[in-house]
Design a protein around this ligand. Structure first.
Ligand SMILES: *Cc1c(COP(=O)(O)O)cnc(C)c1O
Length: 708
């Protein structure tokens, strides 16, 4: 019996006999992207399901006997449970795909699998979660490695002055769908990681994401001192010593955990530089097997591939040589690499003694292949890292691109999914990369399509109404302002803007043409705007831009037209991308590596309005959404002013009139034409299925790899 099976059996033993199959279901995240999965658990006790943040293990531990006995006596419930259990079991029993030669070990610092598992912060995590789910759907032999953050990322509240306040919630792993991995003698498996002068002990939790094992290292272990126990407490801690310690635990500890479990990956996929030290440990392993230092480094490199996710400096962190030397010297010395050479490997120009150590440079140097996350980001990354290959021209820099994609079963809302099931045929998600699958969109009537869109918008708006009242009152806003939340309109043109609040994402442009925008909000055919996003706790500039946004909430007409939803997470994201008619993205080009929230919107029949940067630069064809120019301007102030005016012009002159152009039946037929064009051209190209096909073709070893 595996540790997860044991945990499920012990949970099952506490349940009324007919409900016992719920326990193994609860211990595999697969239910979360099974139609009816959420509803099954929710129907046991809806209020508790929300209180448990949709965590089925907690629900089953905390639900009252009455609620459990009622479900156990409900034949309809038991029938649904039986169907879901059978579907999950059949999915898990499929043989592995042979598309990849051997196991892929996927390393990432965060995973956004589901809101009940709070070990993610934003886009990188959401993408990693989508990759695991798609790998499971495609039966690819993937094992994933990450960190178990007991306090996760921060929870966001905005106070009455508009300032972001952060808090952290300590989660109890025993109530999460995970189990501590034990050794055959019954004790917890632990690995040791040399960090500075200490040996850190990490235990390993396992989460099942469908067929994929996700291993999470956790230093909150009694063998460690207080500081070391804190290493994996929170995502992206600010202290450089702790940050490097996290990277060592993830990279070196992750490889050692795989080793201890007898997993010998054919390829190491480092998803962002945080995991760069995994390649070092792979080399050390080769060396223990008898290879010389250079042979070992070459062998590790031949098995390592690397994805870079952002050109923004904060996402390519660097450390002073002394910090790195202190943290990594024992790992480097043990294998005879030496700190000096290690630090050189993390520099663009190894001979520059003043250049700090960069994790991205280190990963680029120690991997066989590298990619950016959109075609444009590939170009940007080749130019950005040209210095690592000084004798090559920009075009010849060996960084390719694999454009991100989103996991369709996770992101497509219920009404649109039903529509696609009916018209594209069951199992359409597995055929999504074939453009012909989407031809059937033409056969969907405008009535049906509009009905599905309207249902998703209505569901979002009732959520916004309810939630805004609570958030406004909790913040200390006036009763009138709180009551105004009732004015959000389920039929009004609804525009969404939600993402991490970082300066380059230019949330401030929404306010650029303030007076004109307020008139857009106030007119007879109103527009409403839904905003969400967290600023990194140390990003004062971003927090100021949030505060500026809040400063206009008292303006005429704003209270029932503009909502800021606190604490942006996977759940809020799914609601927003499901219900918004238009999804806006305003990055300062060329800093948006990809962006994925817009993809989530278009697969729900939302329309995308974005700067021609990231994925949109290769997606927009002139007739499947709206675009702002993507050139790079020296004078960013002037560019912001131009873009803000252009955004306003598009909304006032193109978007709103099209939405308001109704037939006698009240349906915006021309709008729906655009929705069809958007889904037909974009859905086959920006799903996670296509992304994994590209990774297999361009990055993973299908056969003997070609050195670059
Ligand atoms: C999809 C997603 C993101 C990424 O959105 P971008 O468009 O890349 O900014 C961030 N956070 C959450 C919660 C998401 O679901």
């Amino acid at each position: 019996m595996s540790d997860l099976e044991r945990a499920a059996a012990s949970l099952a033993a506490r349940l009324p006999e007919p409900l016992r199959p719920l326990a193994p279901l609860a211990y595999n995240m697969r239910w979360s992207w099974m139609p009816g999965g959420d509803e099954l658990f929710a129907s046991i006790d809806r209020e508790r399901w929300q209180r448990c943040r949709a965590n089925p293990v907690r629900l089953l531990l905390e639900a009252s006997n009455e609620a459990l006995e009622a479900a156990a006596a409900d034949d309809e419930f038991l029938a649904r449970m039986g169907e879901l259990t059978a579907a999950v079991e059949a999915d898990l029993a499929r043989p592995d795909s042979t598309a990849v030669d051997g196991t892929v070990a996927f390393f990432c610092a965060e995973y956004g699998v589901h809101r009940s598992l709070p070990i993610y912060s934003g886009g990188l995590g959401a993408l990693a979660g989508d990759i695991l789910k798609q790998a499971s759907d495609d039966a690819l032999p993937v094992v994933a490695v990450g960190l178990m953050y007991r306090e996760g990322y921060f929870r966001q509240r905005i106070d009455v002055t508009g300032w972001q306040q952060e808090s952290w919630v300590d989660s109890d792993p025993d109530r999460l769908p995970m189990a501590l991995i034990t050794t055959p003698d019954g004790g917890p498996l632990s690995v040791r990681i040399p960090v500075g002068e200490s040996d850190i002990t990490a235990q390993v939790w396992e989460v099942r994401v469908g067929r994929v094992r996700l291993l999470l290292l956790d230093t909150d272990h009694p063998a460690n001192d207080g500081v070391s126990r804190w290493i994996t407490a929170r995502l992206y801690v600010g202290d450089p010593g702790l940050r490097l310690a996290q990277y060592l635990v993830l990279g070196i500890g992750g490889m050692r955990a795989l080793d201890a479990l007898g997993i010998d990956p054919a390829v190491l996929h480092l998803n962002e530089g945080h995991a760069a030290f995994a390649a070092l440990e792979l080399a050390a392993r080769e060396q223990r097997g008898g290879a010389s230092l250079d042979e070992a480094m070459a062998a590790a490199r031949a098995r390592t591939v690397f994805t870079t996710h952002t050109p923004v400096p904060a996402g390519n962190d660097t450390y002073g040589p002394n910090h790195v030397a202190h943290a990594v010297h024992r790992a480097a010395d043990e294998m005879g690499l030496g700190v000096e050479r290690l630090v050189r490997t993390g520099r663009t120009n190894p001979d520059d003694p003043h250049e700090p150590f960069g994790v991205t440079q280190f990963a680029l140097h120690t991997s066989r292949a590298a990619n950016g996350v959109s075609a444009r980001h590939g170009e940007v990354a080749r130019a950005m890292w040209n210095g690592l290959w000084p004798d090559r021209s920009v075009e010849d820099v060996p960084i390719t691109s694999v454009t991100n994609g989103v996991h369709l079963p996770t992101w497509v809302g219920g009404p649109i999914r039903h529509l696609l099931d009916r018209h594209l045929g069951e199992g359409w998600a597995a055929r999504a990369t074939d453009p012909r699958t989407w031809d059937a969109l033409d056969a969907i009537s405008d009535e049906e399509l509009w009905d599905a869109r309207s249902r998703q918008r209505s569901a979002l708006i009732s959520h916004v109404r309810e939630r805004s009242v609570r958030e406004r009152l909790a913040r200390g806003d006036t009763l009138d302002y709180a009551r105004a939340a009732a004015h959000f309109d389920p039929d009004a043109l609804t525009i969404g803007f939600a993402r991490r609040v970082a300066t380059y994402k230019r949330i401030g442009l929404l306010l650029g043409q303030l007076d004109a925008n307020l008139s857009l909000l106030a007119g007879d055919t109103p527009v409403q705007l839904l905003i969400a996003g967290k600023a990194h706790p140390r990003d004062e500039e971003a927090k100021h831009s949030l505060q500026e946004l809040f400063s206009v909430r008292g303006a005429e007409g704003v209270s029932g037209r503009v909502a800021f939803l606190e604490d942006y997470d996977l759940d809020t994201a799914a609601r927003l991308v499901g219900g918004c008619d238009v999804w806006v993205n305003l990055p300062r080009p060329p800093l948006e590596a990809s962006g994925t929230s817009g993809m989530k919107s278009v697969v729900n029949g939302g329309l995308h309005l974005s700067v021609l940067d990231g994925w949109w630069a290769e997606a927009y064809d002139g007739s499947n959404g709206w675009a702002l120019p993507g050139e790079v301007w020296e004078d960013t102030g002037a560019q912001d002013a131009r873009d803000s005016a252009e955004l306003h012009r598009l909304l006032a002159d193109e978007v709103r009139p099209l939405f308001c152009d109704r037939g006698d039946d009240g349906i915006p037929h021309r709008w729906l034409e655009l929705v069809r064009a958007s889904m037909r051209t974009l859905a086959p190209r920006f799903g996670a299925g296509r992304m994994l096909e590209d990774y297999i073709e361009r990055m993973y070893p299908a056969r003997a790899s070609t050195p670059r």
